[in-house]
Design a protein. Sequence first.
Lengths: 237, 237
Amino acid sequence: MGTESAVPLERIGALELFRFLPEDALLAIRNVMQARRVERGAVIIEQGAPANRAYALCMGSVRIVQTGTDGRQAILRFIGPGETFGTIALFTNHRYPADAIAVEASTILVWTESDLLALLNRYPGIASNVIRVLGARIAQLQDRVRELTTQRVEQLIAHALLRLSEQAGRAGTRGTTIEIPLRRQDLAEFAGTTLHTASRVLSAWKKEGLIATSGQRLIIHDLSAISALAQGDDLTA
Amino acid sequence: MGTESAVPLERIGALELFRFLPEDALLAIRNVMQARRVERGAVIIEQGAPANRAYALCMGSVRIVQTGTDGRQAILRFIGPGETFGTIALFTNHRYPADAIAVEASTILVWTESDLLALLNRYPGIASNVIRVLGARIAQLQDRVRELTTQRVEQLIAHALLRLSEQAGRAGTRGTTIEIPLRRQDLAEFAGTTLHTASRVLSAWKKEGLIATSGQRLIIHDLSAISALAQGDDLTA
DNA sequence: TGCCGGGTTTGATCCAGCGCAAACCGGGGC
DNA sequence: GCCCCGGTTTGCGCTGGATCAAACCCGGCA
């Protein structure tokens, strides 16, 4: 509470969950919404905790990390502004399947489960949005599973970059900048490899001028080359 | 058409998509449904084709296979009786993301897209079923992505067996039989490895008495041992 | 009965990528 | 200025699995 009235309706209507809804729905949604500021590194959702809230990201970025029983972890996805997270668990076993951690200082929007369910019942448009969003997620996860089983790390990393640039890329004169602060470690866990291999591959690409790093941001100079690498083409050929 | 009137309403209500629905809904669903018999190896859905039908499996088994641009393929999942397939594409980009191939002679149920959408609008219970099903699928895919990035093949294969036994296992005196005809190749593509490695691992386990094969069926004698292997425990320790 | 063909097993070799270890780099605090 | 610390880079050796190759097994069929 407090600042949530500052969020304009268009912002709410732009959230993937709440597209194509009438204005009264957006109002109702905003009424039961809370805005929260979290600092860098904050654990927004803890894996295994009982699920009773749904979240959307307003500003900043968040990473979704799943940890196995052996302690090893994989980054399932990054969340950019407008995207939803922590919702699936509400519809399945009511346990969050992964951690959600703020990559940088961010503001998030929060709904309680009961409020969200009430909204869902009242405005069926939300349900079709949910279905659309989940469907897209499945499609992406399936692609990733295939890639992980068939491709080698260089291609995996290339795909990771493509995904990130698609999702959080801002086009500039020198190429596309990924608007998420990324450490090598993050990239590695996202692509499915180790810090060291990821670093090697990336510095090779940097040397060839395909990419560059400015601080925590990554700039892709030659998107088509990365794309080719993702397909498995060997650039040196 | 023809035989579809033979499918009893309870069968329809047991399909994951149509749980918890009133009888009139089931009737409506059956009215626009078609039953079809397909023989072993038949391609029910072709990857890339425009999506305009939804399917459910009545009897038999189906495998969902995605092929990459490089031609290499991965089995995304197996379908057992009662499960739905080919539905996501209706809600996303209207292209089937993978092939669906009959593993054995099977009977499938088919709905046209427009009929299904009409049903969805009329009976909101279906939408929540869809959400539940998709949510479960996402959870599973996420687990798999993590496993693929962190675990080694032995564990991956163990997990594959666990999934299959969970999904299509029939408990017997000698252990659990997986009710899907599986070649080593299938297992390999499902677990994310090669035919050869899969064969090696499985014959090792067979030698230790953990599993057995009778024809195309696989029997898991010691489920707990497989489970331990999936966790990464080394049995020889 | 022998042959054929799909599937499985097993051996031998090779290398991509992991693990370990050490050096390096840059920014913030004191 | 210097040091500390999180992150990055790089070198090196090892190995898990992929790849290549060949034998084997078995049911169906002529």
